[in-house]
Write a protein that binds this ligand. Structure first.
Ligand code: TEU
Length: 564
């Protein structure tokens, strides 16, 4: 990523499409998606108009966390294909003028990575300090409850520490015990990661999405955190946005990107990042990343425990997005997303996937894509894919969901039906069911038994029913992407929030050199008064003529005005 010429930042006008490889397209009949399957669908993505694929991990992995537990960064897991397949994907994308961003998961590896096998073997091994090894609490007996170095809990339930008898020490795992955290204090760890990244760039990829990259610098004191309802401590204040984070990212930029003439897309996934940190990290003049994924908006409908999620007040959303737009307005850059493989489907979460499925999906898309920043489309979002009516815990696959159910029901004594209800609303599995290509059994994803069940509504919600329909959600996404590619105001225009206190209408303006776009969207099930408009109606999601002064439920409009 070069900062020498901000204009070279191609990713400011790009739209990124996230592919979750396990669920996108199966080509070899094993019920799991693969790289040849992705290649077979590139014309569909080119038709949609997206510029970049962000590919979730396809590296060798035991799949404890569906590939976010990597055992070899430089080989492809046989489930997904081979290195030759990834080279073909790169070539096929570049032939279409598209790009490939790979997932970089370097806060942790799999416990089956050669590095960890070496490190856990002995305190004197060549990689003894490559992971976060710590002695039991003073005076405690290692391996006994309460002897862990601190009280942090894992994101996937239980303690964040695992006892290793061979070393007489614990290792830290913020996620599953099969995902040990790397020790970024070690220059050898950083050098090995930089070398791996350089070899992937030399292979022809166009950037990285960096998994929980703001967790790589921990507070060396590893203090206990505030005790949560799980009974474990909240370590987030001590491992997120740590003291050496920007130093490590600057070192990575110098070692990997600066010496290259090309400009790369780098997006750091950063739970608990602040606008101030993001403004510094993404500053086109002095920053280290193109953009980050911040998590403030996807935390607005719950109290920090996503299983307690409730309704969203769009005034909170306007306040949050408005803050992030302002904070990064001068020299920074936002990412824009509703969905990814960790979030429930937006049309079910904040839209209305029953009475207003089409209108709410397209209204939410219009609001997001007309903000200043790079939009991300998660596979199936462009079709209005919905959450899944999981009827039993056995239908879920995600370690986070399965572990949560076990803790909530077996340890906390919560009602199974209530826990399943919370999973139906917020489980990551909602985003991970097979891509819905057709109405046939298997949804055109596979002819075999899929690794996770297909959403029963694929008979109605599928690509075949939409790609040739000008009034489909797919067609609306295609129009939004085309507008970004054709109108410089969408990419470069200043942002100004309007009607911040309106409980239903989300409205804002984008302005560039005398041209103004006004976006108005009624994000509610009731008609809403709104007299904002402009000279020309550029885009709308409802075919009826725009009645003045009132927005129908989930009606969205984009107007353009040009000052002489
Ligand atoms: O997610 C990190 C992260 O913040 C998630 O744990 C998120 O907070 C949670 O899923 C919300 O319930 C990244 C990857 O996107 C995720 O798929 C991995 O499980 C995780 O890191 C570990 O690699």
């Amino acid at each position: 990523m070069s900062h020498s010429d901000p204009g070279s930042q191609w990713w400011r006008s790009a739209v990124v499409y996230q592919v979750y490889p396990r669920s996108f397209q199966d080509s070899d009949g094993d019920g799991v998606g693969d790289i040849p399957g992705i290649i077979s669908r590139l014309d569909y993505l080119h038709e949609l108009g997206v510029d970049v694929i962000w590919l979730s991990p396809v590296y060798r992995s035991p799949h404890d966390d569906n590939g976010y537990d990597i055992s070899d960064y430089e080989d492809i897991d046989p489930t997904f294909g081979t290195l030759a397949d990834i080279d073909e994907l790169i070539a096929q994308l570049h032939t279409r003028g598209m790009k490939l961003v790979m997932d970089l998961v370097v806060n942790h590896t799999s416990d089956e990575h050669a590095w960890f096998i070496d490190s856990r073997s002995s305190r004197d091994s060549a990689r003894a300090d490559w992971y976060m090894w710590h002695d039991p609490r003073p005076g405690a007996v290692g391996g006994q409850p309460g002897a862990e170095p601190n009280n942090w809990g894992s994101f996937f339930s239980g303690s964040a520490w695992q006892w290793e008898p061979a070393r007489g020490q614990y290792y830290l795992h913020l996620f599953s015990r099969k995902q040990p955290d790397l020790n970024w204090e070690s220059p050898a760890v950083r050098d090995a990661i930089h070398a791996m990244m350089n070899r992937w760039l030399d292979r022809g990829i166009d950037g990285f999405r960096m998994d929980v990259i703001n967790f790589i610098s921990k507070d060396a004191a590893l203090p206990d955190g505030a005790v949560l309802e799980t009974g474990f401590g909240d370590g987030m204040p001590f491992f997120a946005n740590g003291p050496r984070l920007q130093e490590y990212l600057a070192e990575m930029k110098a070692a990997v990107f600066d010496g290259r003439s090309a400009d790369y897309l780098t997006v750091g996934e950063m739970p608990d990042a602040t606008p101030e940190l993001a403004a510094s990290l993404t500053d086109a003049r002095t920053g280290q990343l193109s953009m980050i994924f911040q998590f403030e908006h996807v935390g607005l409908d719950h109290d920090g425990v996503k299983w307690n999620a409730g309704e969203l007040d769009i005034r909170d959303l306007k306040k949050s997005f408005g803050k992030w737009q302002s904070a990064l307005a001068d020299h920074g850059w936002n990412s824009l997303y509703w969905n990814n493989h960790d979030q429930p489907r937006i049309v079910s979460r904040w839209g209305n996937d029953r009475e207003h499925w089409y209108a709410s999906a397209t209204a939410l898309a219009t609001v997001l894509h007309l903000h200043r920043g790079t939009p991300y489309v998660y596979q199936g979002e462009e079709l209005g894919m919905t959450n899944v009516p999981f009827d039993d815990i056995s239908a879920l696959r995600d370690i986070e969901s399965v572990n949560h159910y076990a803790v909530a029901v077996d340890m906390l004594g919560q009602e199974p039906a209530a826990v399943l209800g919370a999973l139906r609303a917020m489980s990551r599995d909602n985003a991970r069911t097979p891509m819905q290509w057709t109405a046939e059994p298997g949804a055109g994803f596979t002819a075999a038994t899929p690794w996770i069940g297909v959403n029963p509504n694929h008979d109605r919600v599928n690509a075949a029913a939409q790609i040739d329909d000008p009034n489909s959600i797919f067609a609306h996404y295609r129009r939004l992407i085309a507008l970004r590619h054709s109108d410089p105001v969408v990419v470069h225009g200043d942002f100004r929030m309007l009607l911040p206190d309106d409980p239903s209408v989300y409205a804002f303006a984008r302005e560039l050199e005398g041209t103004t776009l006004v976006v108005v969207a009624n994000l509610s099930d009731q008609a809403a008064p709104c007299d904002l408009s402009g000279d020309d109606l550029v885009l709308t999601n409802l075919p009826e003529d725009a009645a003045s002064g009132v927005l129908a439920p989930w009606e969205a409009r984009v107007y353009r005005s040009t000052r002489a």
